[in-house]
Write a protein that binds this ligand. Structure first.
Ligand code: LIP
Length: 274
């Protein structure tokens, strides 16, 4: 490995350590806040946000601004307008302080801090931390995916009838009829479906084999970290509808599909026509 590549890897290792430390710090706050009375609000009428989302976001953003003051930040709660062109040209952090907010607000223990680092137009580091399970999913591009430091890989399942496929639904209800038809196509061929409520954790669970596949339309902060973790764990990642011209595939948020290579084609054949 050249000295340049050694330096690049060392820099990403440093970023990974920093990212995991702020994810843990935010996770500690999130767990403590859930034991208190949460205040909540609804963005755009339907989209739940709690005081814990805002507090965790503030903690993460403050730490990034201090450590990397010239980097950009895209965050669900404080900077929710990603500029896809600038994202490809400037070091950028992509943050979902609590992915699975509805779960969190209802006292469920299935939500996560999701933080991705983008550099040179590529997601280079991804961290998804579920503080309730003390499960830290992580990946550096080209260096595999880990759960609490142990390598993870996608499930080997190739028989869709034996597979568990996860999905989710948007806050708005306009697309529900089409989404139910899509769900029916999957449920008619898979062993079962799961709607766990956190896209970031769904992607990580595919990465480690707790799920065999996942599909959904999301926002950048829901999937950025989990995408890298799933790909580095050996998953096939793409979209079951055409990606609009000019939109970088890795940052396209609609019609996401992820599974191992044996199931990906089977799921694509079911989802494409829906
Ligand atoms: C959530 C996703 C979930 C999706 C929800 C929501 P949030 O993110 O993780 O998969 O179905 O509609 O987008 O809003 O909890 O960060």
């Amino acid at each position: 490995m050249t000295q340049e590549k050694l330096n690049a890897r060392a820099a990403l290792d440093e970023i990974m350590q920093f990212t995991q430390s702020i994810a843990r710090a935010a996770g500690t706050e999130i767990v403590a806040a859930q034991r208190e009375v949460l205040s909540s609000n609804f963005k755009n009428g339907d989209e739940l946000v709690t005081n814990a989302d805002l507090q965790a976001d503030a903690l993460i953003v403050k730490a990034i601004r201090h450590q990397y003051p010239d980097h950009d930040i895209v965050s669900e709660e404080s900077a929710p307008e990603p500029d896809l062109q600038r994202l490809q040209e400037h070091p950028t952090w992509v943050i979902d302080p609590i992915d699975g907010t509805v779960n969190y607000a209802h006292g469920h223990l299935h939500s996560a801090v999701s933080i991705a680092y983008v550099e040179n137009g590529q997601i280079q580091c991804g961290v998804v931390f579920n503080p309730f399970a003390d499960e830290m999913f992580s990946a550096i591009r080209g260096h595999g995916a880990q759960l609490n430091g142990e390598e993870i890989t996608v499930a080997a399942e190739s028989n869709l009838r034996r597979a568990i496929i996860a999905t989710g639904f948007p806050y708005g209800k306009a697309e529900i009829p089409a989404l139910i038809q899509r769900l029916g196509a999957i449920l008619s061929h898979a062993a079962d479906i799961r709607r766990n409520g956190s896209a970031a954790l769904d992607l990580c669970w595919v990465a480690m084999g707790r799920l065999d596949g996942y599909y959904e339309s999301l926002s950048l902060w829901d999937f950025a970290a989990g995408q890298l973790i799933a790909i580095e764990a050996g998953a096939q990642y793409g979209h079951f509808k055409p990606v609009p011209a000019g939109v970088p595939q890795q940052f396209h948020s609609q019609n996401i599909l992820v599974a191992n290579a044996a199931l990906y084609g089977q799921l694509l054949a079911l989802l494409e026509p829906t």
